[in-house]
Design a protein around this ligand. Sequence first.
Ligand SMILES: *Cc1c(COP(=O)(O)O)cnc(C)c1O
Length: 223
Amino acid sequence: MTDASERLAAVQAGLYRACRDAGRSDRPLLVAVSKTFAAEDIRPLIAAGQRHFGENRVQEAQGKWPALIAETAADSGGIVLHLVGQLQSNKAAEAVALFDVIHSVDRPSLVTALAKAQTALSKRPACYLQVNIGDEAQKGGCALADLPALLTQAREATLDITGLMCVPPADLEPAPYFALLAEHARRLGLPGLSMGMSSDHQTAALLGATVVRVGSALFGSRG
Ligand SMILES: *Cc1c(COP(=O)(O)O)cnc(C)c1O
């Protein structure tokens, strides 16, 4: 087995255990976050069967994914590309063109830009509303208080909003934040929960994550 397939199997096994412990019969979708890693680091994971990948910058993704998508197309099942990082409104069209799922919809101006882009490109990516769950000054994400209005606007703009996404504050116990996000998704009737990274994806799975975004546990340290 290659390193990549061993790491993939270990992460999947951890998710399986967490779901079993939580009495869940389903498992979260694993998105492999490949930001900063080159095509040659990504290919072994594709070879091991991984199909969902995440990037946090549009420009970086444009540099490496079109070729990887093209060379994987003949294989069983194509690549599904997720944007997990903050998105500037002036990059909305490029993001809609390349990504299948956008996890970082967090403000009215971005909703407007994405709506325009999806009409122009006749493409409708699945979207998550990113919530600034720890109410941190520097962080992207919509304030909890603004979430219902953002959801209403996004639906009126015909964005395909499937759930909520968060990145809890670093160095704090993430479980209460995951539980809070899950509670808000439940109240809003949104089925998707994008939460959990390398250090806390099992906790997120226990608390109902439907998507986990895992980078370093699959690719190694970003240095
Ligand atoms: C980088 C990143 C991840 C993955 O982080 P790891 O700690 O390497 O697993 C997940 N989500 C977002 C939004 C990220 O920027």
